[in-house]
Design a protein around this ligand. Structure first.
Ligand SMILES: Cc1ncc(COP(=O)(O)O)c(C=O)c1O
Length: 457
């Protein structure tokens, strides 16, 4: 169909013959054919008119007129390894987050590893983590030699259920790694109280939570350290990139040293002339990455405001539809970053239409959507890691019994959450308010036609 907006009569004239042939061919009921011909809203997945033919804001955004000057300057300078532009990015990012210091690194995964290692986390330790996250969170814990211990999710907030943390603390627990997943803040007030009570380190995985806040304090500044990602889909897209923020100067000096082979930096100096002082690695951000980051950072504040406004509006519209349960923000959240917009889909209210078929139907209406994460506490990598030489050296054999490990790490609420979640991407929240109405209308259309979709598949 052409992109021109036809009147209903024109549309019927243009499409009735060919369209009718198509719908008869896929075996629709007379009732659906009637819907189709009169344009009253047969679902697109069954051959009806697509609710939305317009696209969504493209991602990443890039405006040559405003964004390229500094990048080109860097390219032409030949100074491509870490220098002044990376420092400028760190200074501006620290300011945006409200932290004393920021260290830019190659990606979010290595920001997490660096923070954990420089907080002294390693083999023999347990680190508490939610299962509703991207694999990189758990990868970082495993890379230090520590054992991830999963705490169930709160299905309403999609975040770690802070009420279930204390039951998982053992004498080996050294740290909590809360994740502000989807850009919605985990309850840091409650988590920090638990950490203080049990003397635990807190490294926040804020890789999806740029500018998100509780009581106007930014995510990443509650714990001992906060880590961020700037990969391509992220709200500050650099392609690859990451950052650690903290107010702890000595810790940040150690992180700097670690990311630069362990060479002396700031207060991390060792004996004069002693050369490399700690076991480090190389994780330096390049100057051209930082130049891209500076351009993206300029958009972040306004875009975050827009995502918050559109998310609140979309939530208010779709929560009216039976079976759609949008996210709930934790208490005292003053701002989220909405890397994703999540809701739970209850198929019982959609005549038993499966989530997979709901997603297909929604996509067919021109609303891209996804089912999100699968349970990270149940994947093969965990059995594999428990068998490794290093883990055998670092843990007693009863801790390496996979069956026991699985029992200890069950997260039933998260299992159900993973079966019910539906996400929209952050770029969709950068469209206009009327575009949010399209999303709500498409869900409503599927709700009204759930029976037909289920039976006609
Ligand atoms: C929650 C979370 N943690 C960690 C990471 C790792 O970041 P990166 O992909 O930059 O290594 C990501 C991003 O993909 C993430 O979403």
């Amino acid at each position: 169909m052409s992109k021109r907006n036809y009147s209903r009569r024109e549309f019927v004239k243009q499409n009735s013959l060919a369209g009718l042939g198509a719908v008869v061919a896929i075996g629709l009921t007379p009732d659906l054919i009637a819907d189709y011909v009169t344009g009253t809203g047969a679902p697109a997945v069954l051959g009806g008119q697509k609710l939305r033919t317009k696209g969504w804001p493209e991602w990443p955004m890039w405006n040559p007129a405003t964004d390229e000057e500094q990048v080109l300057k860097v390219l032409r300078s030949g100074v491509w390894s870490r220098a002044g532009v990376v420092t400028e990015f760190e200074t501006k990012y620290a300011k945006a987050i409200g932290a004393k210091r920021c260290l830019a690194v190659v990606n979010g995964t290595n920001a997490l590893i660096t923070a954990l290692v420089q907080q002294g986390i390693g083999g023999g330790d347990e680190v508490i983590v939610p299962p509703y996250t991207f694999i990189a969170t758990v990868v970082a814990i495993l890379q230090t030699g520590a054992m991830p211990i999963f705490v169930d999710s709160d299905p309403e907030t999609f975040q770690i259920d802070h009420k279930k943390i204390e039951a998982k603390i053992t004498p080996r627990t050294r740290a909590i790694m809360p994740v502000h997943i989807l850009g919605l803040p985990a309850d840091m007030i409650k988590i920090m109280a638990i950490a203080r009570k049990h003397n635990l380190i807190v490294v926040e995985d804020a890789c999806q939570a740029w500018l998100a806040e509780i009581d106007h304090k930014k995510m990443g500044t509650f714990g001992n350290a906060g880590c961020f990602s700037f990969s391509n889909s992220k709200n500050i897209p650099i392609g690859e990139g990451g950052a650690i923020v903290s107010d702890d100067e000595a810790f940040m000096d150690r992180c700097y040293s670690y990311h630069n082979y362990g060479n002396p930096y700031g207060t991390a100096i060792g004996e004069v002339g002693s050369g490399t002082i700690i076991a480090g690695t190389k994780l330096r951000m390049t100057e051209y990455q930082a130049a891209i980051g500076l351009a993206q950072l300029k958009r972040l504040e306004a875009q975050t405001t827009k995502r918050n406004e559109n998310a609140a509006y979309l939530k208010s519209q779709i929560k009216k539809i039976p079976g759609i349960l949008p996210y709930k923000l934790n208490e005292n959240v003053t701002r989220a970053s909405f890397h994703l917009f999540p809701f739970r889909y209850k198929k019982e209210e959609f005549k038993g239409l499966s989530r997979a078929d709901f997603l297909k139907a929604l996509d067919a209406e021109g609303i891209p959507c996804s089912s999100g994460y699968t349970p990270l506490n149940k994947m093969a990598y965990l059995e594999n890691v428990l068998k490794t030489k290093n883990f055998k050296l670092m843990y007693p054999s009863e801790m390496l019994d996979y069956k026991k490990y699985m029992e200890r790490n069950q997260c039933p609420a998260n299992d159900q959450l993973c079966e019910e979640a539906v996400w929209f991407g952050q770029n969709m929240l950068l469209a206009e308010k009327s575009d949010m109405d399209d999303i709500a209308a498409a869900i409503d259309k599927i709700h009204k036609n759930a029976d037909k979709i289920k039976n006609q598949k």
